[in-house]
Design a protein around this ligand. Sequence first.
Ligand code: 28G
Length: 626
Amino acid sequence: METYGAEKIQILEGLEAVRKRPGMYIGGTGIDGLHHLVYEIVDNSIDEALAGFAKNIGVTIHKDGRVTVIDDGRGIPVEVHPKYKKSAMEIVFTQLHAGGKFDQSTYKVSGGLHGVGASVVNALSEEMEVWVKRDGKVHYQKFLRGKPTEDVKVVGDADATGTKVTFLADKQIFENNIGYSFDTLSARLRELAFLNKGIKIIIDDERDGKKHVFQYDGGIVQFVEYMNKNKTPFHPVIYFEKEKEDAVVEIAMQYNDGYNENVFSFVNNINTREGGTHLTGFKTALTRAFNDYADKHKLSDEHLSGDDVLEGITVVVSVKLKNPQFEGQTKGKLGNSEVKGLVDSVVFERLKSYLEENPKEARAVVEKTVQAAKAREAARKARELTRRKGLLEGSALPGKLADCSESDPKKCEIFIVEGDSAGGSAKQGRNREFQAVLPLRGKILNVEKARLSKIFANKEVITMVQALGTGIAQEFDEKKLRYDKIVFMTDADVDGSHIRTLLLTFFYRYLPKLIEQKHIYIAQPPLYKLKKGKTELYVYSDAEKDLRVKEMGDSVDIQRYKGLGEMNPDQLWETTMDPDKRVLVLITLEDAVQADKIFTILMGEEVGPRKSFIMKHAKEVQNLDV
Ligand code: 28G
């Protein structure tokens, strides 16, 4: 008697602690705490299902605020425990930290982040009633605010087994006027049904007759399908599973054509919002598997980052463990170090085989991740650019620029000139009132081949953008343009043509508005100077030369200009820069659109198409140069 009494006092003290500080056990006494009560009870049914016994779970919301949970497991044992002199059932409902979890050996895994179980719900319920069908009988016990009103008694016969619990949350504990949300409970029960394949979970709301039945034999595969319902997936859901010692690992994943990552991780059916070792293992393996595959099949020269391989993914990583260690602010992070390696190895091995066995799908996904890598790089550079803003915004004009004196941009022109010597001639020959000259040293960067980082670090590019004053990319502002005409002036030879193409490519890719708004021109320096007696004539093509030579008769002195540098400043002015005499070719967007393909082929990475293009158009390319 003495011993029994002492036990009883200890138990009651435990439950009194729950009533004094409910937040410590269920998080709070608001709506979340209220729903938590249901989850705690349902967890016990789920555990009984995971133990291999319960197949069906029912949740009913009653009109009077009660909730009933029922399962068809073995039923909580009701025989009197020899040491505690009371039934296992009473211990489950009155002993803090007891419950379906203290006989871990029978369970593959133990659930419950909080591990507080049925006794906490009992402590926070005005009334709780439990029916257990077991050994052909219905056993019953009732509790008021955690205290049993009487011992377990038999109230009828049973032809099945299972447990039924009804409770009424204590109005002294929970905030006034809160009730259960069907949608909230339903969502969690659906999630539990996805996470525990095969279990049938029914939710019934007697307040309005709503009812949902969840049963997913495909488990988390169907979970991923459900989440991707309105998306465009690239392949059927990929599923891996592994059981090792005390742990079960399941992964279901699918890529869609979107850009977001939908990563969900669970430990013992608890959403680990802060991730942890299981998620680290998954991400590590995913990154390695895709990089290995992309390298092996030469699908990317870029390293795919952890973020790249997550773009467009929907994945559920679910592990069930015997002794989960939860860490972090909200205890939402798995700490068990052994889990990382376990998840890593299963994902890497299986994903590797999957990719090899499904080349079509593999290629689609790898291509997407490569795009992600490129986009991410571009985005990063764009951010860097913003930081660099001051540098590019032309607050300081480049030293190499010989600016004009006119302040109205509409009247101004800038000649972008190849090489310092031609630049020198142009500076001397120009009308400095409205003509500016910017010499570029050598060839400018091929923007089709360079990463954005390289482009924005390129001196010639920075110089040009500074001189133009518009800024670039997101910073571009046409109103800041300092010149109405931007004239490329390059030699009439192969190198000059190449530089012109590089410049056009850069403007087309990074300052297309300037082409669209008809600001970009190509200067046409003469190819020959014809001289007979006192007559001097500049001609701009071979055809024109032949025609003029015929007209002028025999013994014409023909001087061929190989470069702009061969002309003195006066000649350059006369032939190429003087608005009254020069011929400028306006670059139109149609040219540019057409050029897009050509630029891509000519300047881009793909060696194959580039080669064939050059061969096919070799003649035209030559003609263009002449
Ligand atoms: C309906 C609402 C919530 C449950 C069981 C089944 C067993 C059990 C629960 O055992 C107590 C103490 C140590 C073994 C276990 C039945 C083994 C054999 C169970 C539930 C028993 C915990 N037969 N079903 N607890 N241990 N369902 N649903 O609570 O000795 S709790």
